[in-house]
Design a protein around this ligand. Structure first.
Ligand code: SF4
Length: 305
């Protein structure tokens, strides 16, 4: 019983310290002032794989072009891919439009409010579903991104070995820490703490509101970079870079225009030579499979209509 009370007390102290820190150190981000679920959703999709500084530049431009879910649903797909310029990982633009079309057709343009229903939509994983449910619809649900996960593992190191085998434990811990009220503020506070203070390499423990509560304070060794499987590509450059270059070259085309594979190859690949043809064709095939390009005939390529 005593132990339980101590655990509760520690959680309360952690919450109070983080929320106090957030009031004076939270980041000023435009989507934080949004109440419109579509706009919050767009920010979350963009933030999945793009740095905040870049999203800050491109988010207003995208919303100016597609101010509502309805505008996005009826737009030409090529316009959506063009408006995604600079964001990278163009598949997200396609999935966002697929989502908009589904919601426009099936739910009168209204995004679902529950985590479960959100997760059924294209491009929405567990993190995004929780973030939208919490930030757009005020649901009291935890949110766990890499930043929050890192704080939890440092704050509760005893769970780390289990967590490595079962990532769900982060979610359980995040749910335990969730305050009764203002879950959105709490989740955003944790995101900011992880993004600016409890960073992956050399965390700034001296500036952390959890310094006196954290068993990992000043004990985090430099995070070793995880070895990742080498991506397939050409001359040490992964295919995803070439995919981005190909889409970028097609973005420059006007409506109804197309390009031959040869012209496209010369624009997207340095020192392209005959021996690269098979490889280049496989990259085009993968883009076509994903719906990012259209091969009108084998000799003409464009963005999808
Ligand atoms: S004290 Fe250091 S390791 Fe612990 S939460 Fe704060 S920044 Fe992270």
């Amino acid at each position: 019983m005593k132990r339980m009370r101590a655990g509760e007390k520690r959680k309360r102290t952690i919450r109070a310290a983080v929320l106090k820190w957030y009031r004076s150190h939270g980041r000023e981000l435009p989507w934080r002032h949004e109440r419109n679920p579509y706009r919050i959703l767009v920010s979350e999709i963009m933030l999945q794989q793009t740095q905040v500084s870049r999203v800050l530049l491109l988010y207003p431009r995208f919303l100016q072009r597609f101010p509502t879910l309805g505008h996005l649903a009826v737009a030409r797909t090529s316009s959506v891919i063009k408006a995604w310029r600079g964001m990278g990982y163009n598949n997200r633009a396609l999935r966002l439009q697929q989502l908009a079309r589904r919601v426009a057709a099936e739910s009168n343009g209204l995004l679902p409010r529950s985590v479960e229903a959100l997760m059924l939509l294209p491009g929405i994983g567990r993190y995004t579903a929780h973030a939208v449910a919490c930030l757009a619809f005020g649901r009291r649900v935890p949110v766990v991104d890499t930043n929050i996960s890192r704080i939890l593992r440092r704050l509760f190191p005893s769970m780390s070995s289990f967590t490595q085998a079962n990532g769900n434990d982060d979610w359980a811990r995040a749910a335990e820490l969730l305050p009764r009220r203002a879950a959105g503020t709490w989740n955003q506070a944790l995101m900011d703490l992880g993004a600016t203070v409890c960073v992956a390499s050399s965390p700034r423990c001296d500036q952390c509101p959890l310094l006196s509560l954290c068993p990992s304070a000043h004990r985090v060794s430099r995070t070793k970079k995880r070895r990742t499987k080498p991506e397939s590509g050409r001359s040490g450059i992964p295919n995803r870079i070439y995919r981005g270059r190909i889409v970028e070259a097609l973005r420059a085309l006007g409506r109804g225009q197309s390009m031959t594979p040869g012209t496209l190859a010369r624009k997207a690949v340095d020192d392209f030579n005959k021996g690269d043809r098979g490889w280049f064709d496989s990259v085009l095939e993968s883009l076509e499979r994903d719906g990012l390009i259209r091969r009108r005939t084998r000799s003409r390529i464009s963005l999808p209509a």
